[in-house]
Design a protein around this ligand. Structure first.
Ligand SMILES: [Zn+2]
Length: 410
């Protein structure tokens, strides 16, 4: 699998084009080249697997924080293991705490033990490379840069960033959504959802209290933005001459078709992100309660195809809500409404009442009756057309497909 980065490539490209400092431009260029060639390391995967097999029974996470010491050899020198006291280095402690908060949220809310649900050790490497402005999950561990010093701070500071990256591991071990197009945007969105839930759970916040921002602590002072993405209002997270403007859509009408960013995986994720936010606000209380359980069940049910579309995932969440809470539940109604509000599920037209109103109008205004049909072969002169008002009303119905979910190739 490819590595998953929290900062999307189009954003680094914009920085590379606009940075006034040639040294900074060179760093961004280097980061882009690095990101393009990085591949998972079989050695690290084997190591993590072996440790997982030796891991004790569930009950606590098995964390390990390593210092890459501004190099790119992973995982680097181990500086803090599970149960050890905090060290002087804040980045080490933040990585330790962020992975712990994410583990705890998955365990307490959904009964999941680590990314593989089998106690996989959570390995983090901090101080990766020099002035590296990104964080990523490489298929077996977390990697954090210190930031470029101009736009980004260190990447260990936001729990939701850590939660986002670890959730890529959860997705990898469950639905394994292909990282391209709509399934890739779902992969991204699921990471934002559970990353945000890790932060909300850690803070004990309700859906109404949460900021619904990914990477709220990442920007240096002076950057015109609240974070990398807003789940509440996709497309509004930042608007800064150095970063450009947040390109996320909030509705299927604005779905972005692009070949960049693996088909816009960090862009169109705004649509399912907002669906989760809307469902959580509609239901009230903690988003890591019922809404989180529904999304988690949809992700882990085994019925989701690796190439699932937004509509497939919407159906999976509706199925999950039905299984968990029943077909007449408020949870199912809230989930359905949320997907309708972002244009993924069709809005059910109240056709019966529309027909009745049309018929009533016709009865009140005879001039609007359709002209009598010409005599049919069978009828002969004087034959009365059968049930004319009903036919008129029927023709006024939207044709099949009208109001349906927009085409997936837009
Ligand atoms: Zn991601």
């Amino acid at each position: 699998m490819t590595a998953h980065y929290i900062v999307p490539p189009y954003l680094i490209e914009h920085l590379e084009r606009t940075a006034p400092d040639p040294n900074l431009r060179a760093r961004y260029r280097q980061a882009l080249q690095h990101d393009a060639v990085l591949r998972p390391r079989p050695a690290a995967t084997r190591r993590a697997t072996q440790e997982a097999q030796q891991a004790p029974a569930a009950g606590s996470p098995k964390r390990e924080v390593c210092d890459a010491e501004n190099g790119t050899d992973l995982p680097g020198r181990q500086v803090r293991a599970e149960g050890e006291q905090p060290v002087q280095d804040a980045a080490v402690n933040e990585a330790y705490d962020g992975t712990g908060a994410t583990w705890k949220m998955f365990k307490e809310c959904f009964g999941r033990d680590s990314v593989d649900n089998a106690g996989l050790p959570l390995i983090s490497s901090v101080h990766y490379d020099r002035d590296y402005a990104n964080a990523f999950w490489d298929g077996s561990q977390m990697v954090f840069g210190d930031g470029d010093g101009a736009i980004f701070k260190g990447f260990t500071s936001s729990i939701d960033v850590t939660g986002h990256e670890l959730t890529h591991g959860v997705t990898q071990h469950t639905a394994n959504l292909a990282y391209e197009g709509q399934s890739g945007a779902l992969n991204e969105s699921i990471s934002d959802v559970f990353g945000s839930l890790a932060k909300q759970h850690h803070r004990g916040q309700t859906a109404a209290e949460a900021d619904w921002v990914i990477g709220a602590d990442l920007f240096q002072p002076g950057v015109n933005g609240i974070g990398l993405r807003s789940m509440k209002a996709p497309g509004t997270a930042y608007d800064d001459p150095r970063l450009g403007k947040d390109p996320q859509p909030a509705h299927m009408d604005d779905f972005v078709t692009t070949t960049e960013d693996s088909g816009g995986v960090h862009i169109n994720s705004g649509i399912p992100n907002r669906a989760f936010y809307l469902a959580a606000i509609e239901l009230g209380g903690n988003a890591y309660g019922d809404p989180g359980k529904i999304w988690y069940q949809a992700l882990t049910s085994g019925r989701l195809n690796a190439n699932a579309t937004f509509a497939d995932f919407a159906q999976a969440t509706r199925d999950a809500a039905t299984e968990l809470y029943g077909a007449n539940s408020g949870q199912l109604a809230a989930v359905t409404k949320a997907w309708q509000q972002v244009g993924v599920e069709p809005v059910q037209q109240p056709l019966e009442s529309a027909d009745l109103m049309r018929a009533a109008n016709l009865a009140l205004d005879p001039s609007r009756l359709p002209a009598p049909s010409p005599p049919t072969q069978a009828g002969g002169p004087g034959a009365v057309p059968a049930v004319v008002p009903d036919q008129g009303a029927r023709e006024s119905r939207p044709g099949p497909g009208h109001g349906d979910r927009p085409g997936m190739d837009r």
